[in-house]
Design a protein around this ligand. Structure first.
Ligand code: AMP
Ligand code: MG
Length: 487
């Protein structure tokens, strides 16, 4: 067979067919001496891209913004957003959308370079990104994917060979992000703020065509579109809660229409269970604390509904009524997904009316005991309580007895229950001190072996191997973990 020497891009550019107000033509700024730092081989294969060609000079030049993939029409996207509750006009200040790649099987995904220089939306920023935060996005977005949670993904990180200036001088880098699309709640807010209904409608039609083609046949396609986004976000946020993921910056510009997790700036996983957990250094009020995520999701969807009102009905009163009706289903949908997920985490098959109470009681004990969230479910799954002092407390023993009684009432065997728990409770998550250790080795010492090992175990979070055991230990540090945005 003849060898194929092309990278394999199949680029199209449907976004540029939207009204011009939605984007600005933007070339990525070249990098002086790009160096490939990491390439995601399984993702390259899934995209139908030839990894061995991406590793060559032409491929690296394309991943660094020095050369454009064949068929690319680069743009930066316009959007707005509520940032910590305050409305602002934004846009891609440090990202360029190269175009949409058609995967084998026909799925259309955005190919975006993040950190590729200034754009018309950069305001005072330099449009650049530092190596550490781009590797962090690479690690955590891939871990979220492996956990089975919808997310944008990371194809590659290249170092640019150019410094970026933050509090200190850092190595610059570009991340290639793959997304179902980069349409955000904030994109609709942008259209609504400009007050041109035809543009808003063009955007909604685009979102339907791209993500929810089935609603085109609905009696009210735009209402049905909103309903779909509500459903997807309710499910997504339930999935975050179930694994203890704290997004950290749930601004409306960081909430997708597709239902994928996006923006891996200040996110982190919770260690000890506490709904008030916040890691982001700038989230001083705890707006985006773990326990607030579902409520913020609903708040953001209310902003989407507001933006879409002119599409719901010509009469504003009727439009508001429709919006409120559809929005009100969020809580119930969220709760259903969350409770179903919790049942699986506890090895419960059928439903019993007291299940929510049983879960809440467990969480209350975990909070009082400062128990590690992931490891408590891991210990329940394995019935191995080494390093878990919660097991010795009377409140927990009482809870265990209730849980055992609940499990005994179901027809499934204990083995079946344990199997359900194994596939529902991650054995490992990207623990903050482990991620930091990997980043330090990579960025400070150019040693990528620590990150490689971490990525390998994170790729199989439900497999409960010996190798993973060492990654389950929580940090012993007394210093609270802090994360930073826009870095
Ligand atoms: P984020 O907090 O990452 O959601 O970013 C909020 C906004 O700031 C977005 O419009 C980004 O494009 C923009 N932004 C973040 N970092 C930079 C940077 N270094 N240069 C220019 N714009 C940036
Ligand atoms: Mg963002």
């Amino acid at each position: 067979m003849e060898e194929n020497h092309t990278i394999g891009w199949r680029m199209q550019n449907s976004y540029v067919a939207l009204p011009e107000v939605f984007y600005a033509k933007t070339e990525p700024e070249p990098s002086p001496s790009p160096e490939l730092i990491v390439l995601n081989y399984p993702l390259a294969a899934a995209l139908g891209l030839n990894a061995s060609e991406l590793e060559k000079k032409q491929g690296i030049d394309e991943l660094a913004g020095n050369s454009l993939p064949e068929g690319a029409e680069p743009i930066s996207q316009a959007y707005a957003g509520h940032q910590f509750g305050h409305f602002t006009m934004l846009g891609d200040g440090r990202a360029v959308l190269l175009g949409e790649h058609i995967m084998p099987g026909g799925k259309r995904v955005d190919i975006q370079l993040k950190g590729s220089g200034r754009t018309p939306f950069s305001r005072g920023g330099d449009g650049r990104a530092a190596l550490g935060p781009m590797l962090r996005e690479f690690i955590i977005s891939e871990a979220i994917h492996a956990l089975g949670i919808p997310t944008t993904r990371s194809l590659a990180v290249v170092a640019t060979g150019e410094p970026v200036y933050r509090e200190e001088t850092l190595e610059g880098a570009v991340l290639t992000r793959i997304a179902a699309s980069h349409l955000r709640v904030g994109t609709f807010q942008y259209a609504a703020a400009r007050n041109v209904v035809e543009d808003l409608q063009a955007l909604a039609d685009y979102a339907i065509k791209r993500h929810y083609p089935e609603v085109k046949e609905a009696q009210h396609p735009y209402v049905a579109l909103f309903e779909k986004v509500v459903e997807r976000q309710a499910e997504l946020i339930a999935q975050w809660q179930l694994v203890g993921f704290i997004h950290g910056v749930m601004n409306t510009d960081n909430m997708t229409i597709s239902g994928e997790t996006i923006d891996y700036g200040p996110c982190a996983f919770m260690d000890s269970y506490d709904p008030a957990t916040v890691f982001s250094s700038i989230d001083r009020q705890g707006r985006y604390a773990y326990g607030n995520q579902p409520g913020i999701g609903e708040w953001n969807l209310a902003r989407l509904a507001e933006a879409m009102l002119p599409l719901f009905d010509d009469e504003i009163e009727t439009a508001i009524q429709i919006a409120e009706g559809k929005l009100s289903s969020f809580r119930e949908l969220y709760h259903e997904h969350w409770l179903q997920g919790m049942r699986r985490k506890l090895g419960l098959f059928a439903e019993e009316p007291q299940d929510a109470e049983l879960v809440e009681e467990l969480l209350a004990v975990m909070k009082n005991q400062g128990a590690d969230y992931t490891n408590t479910f891991r210990a329940l799954t394995l019935d191995d309580w080494s390093g878990m002092p919660i097991r010795e407390t009377n409140v927990f023993k009482e809870w265990l007895a209730k849980w055992e009684a609940r499990r005994a009432r179901q027809t499934e065997t204990k083995e079946e229950s344990a199997e359900l728990m194994r596939v529902s409770n991650p054995s490992i998550i990207p623990r903050n001190h482990r991620v930091e250790e990997a980043l330090e080795a990579a960025v400070e010492r150019g040693d990528f072996t620590v990150m490689d090992r971490l990525m390998n175990v994170l790729a199989k979070p439900y497999s409960y191997t010996e190798e993973q055991a060492e990654y389950t230990t929580p940090s012993v540090s007394n210093v609270p973990y802090r994360t930073y945005c826009g870095t």
